[in-house]
Design a protein around this ligand. Sequence first.
Ligand SMILES: O=C(O)CCC(=O)C(=O)O
Ligand SMILES: [Fe+2]
Length: 421
Amino acid sequence: MQAPSLSELKQHAEKGDARAQYMLAAQLSGAGEKQEAERWLNAAAAQGFGDALYTLATRRLDHDGLVAAAEMLARAVQDGSTPARRLLGVLHAMGLGGARDWSEAVALVTGAAQAGDPAAMRELSMLLFVADRDDEDGANLLATAAPRDPVAGAVAVRRFALGRSHADSASARAHLELLERVQYPHAMSLRAAFDKHASPQRFQPSPPDWVRIAEKLEQEPAAPAIAPEVLCETPPARAFRAVFSPEECEYVIAASARLLAPSQISDPRTGAPVQDPYRTSLTAILSLVDLDLALVMINRRLAAMAGMPPENGECLGVLYYAEGHEYRPHCDWLPPGPELDRGGQRAATALIYLNDEYDGGETHFLVPDLAFKGGAGDVLMFENLSENGDPAPHSRHAGRPVREGKKWLGSTWYREKNYRH
Ligand SMILES: O=C(O)CCC(=O)C(=O)O
Ligand SMILES: [Fe+2]
């Protein structure tokens, strides 16, 4: 079918066709006619057109827009929008724009998965794997999603290489080759693991048993408690081993790959984010709009390790250091300004080591001269403030240069106060 011309779209839009209004808005926006684009986007949303409502909602995810965003997303869901279901699920799971409601979150995302959305299937599969890494429904959903979803594909290959997936080698190979073609930045690691894989059982994906899946996910998946290893008292630094599985690490890397951009630091004078040779890695910021229930759960588990309320956490940043990249000695404190006023100082930092296929790249605390390098799935947390709440000079640290290989790290800064609303 030929795409309608601009004048055809205009005609239909003027007559009140909501889909035409939405498509016209997209075309006008692409052509730089922002004001006209807004007018038509609002017209489509006013008629309850799901994609338009979703687009408007994604612009209201700041702290004073969350209630409006949740309300728009609920209307978008009524119009059948799958992305709106998934995003509203995230808001419910985090208690943003309304009370926290896990079962409503799962019901929304399950609806998207039942409609065939592969991203919804893969997030549910990760929830199922928390209780049982070999959960059959999880493996089934992941295998169904993998041909159409690169994040699911990456996790499926990782599981295959671990001898866990039930997918056959032909499909795992096909997912891997696709990831290589699209230059997935962690593909080399998957290739190395694939080439020396164990031999998982063969498995044919079958229609999901939605009733059984709903029963398993009724309660929020609870991860086992892990006792910390005390690394240092000044600054207080703790390590937690094997908090996240290799599949979860792959999931975080795959979810962040398309968002990687040069890392920034806070300008010491203005507080504004700027690029600087002090920090040469790439960073992917996983904002609300990029989250799903699997990532929400990972964020919540990280907050539990840090001993901080999840709502004090800034967005999870995923850092990618290639050879020679580093984060020179710094403190994680914020300079005075609106960012500091919003949630207070960065009281604690939590790092997830997402891989271990590199040399160098230790996290180094300069004064106690403590260098730490976690295995894949380990968490390091440290405090940045003294007991009286002042910035603690001993928290100064660096991400040492990577000598060989690539380093992947998740990083969350926790504020003194609620950062979300
Ligand atoms: O790369 C590292 O090990 C340190 C990262 C870091 O300092 C941070 O995210 O604040
Ligand atoms: Fe830092």
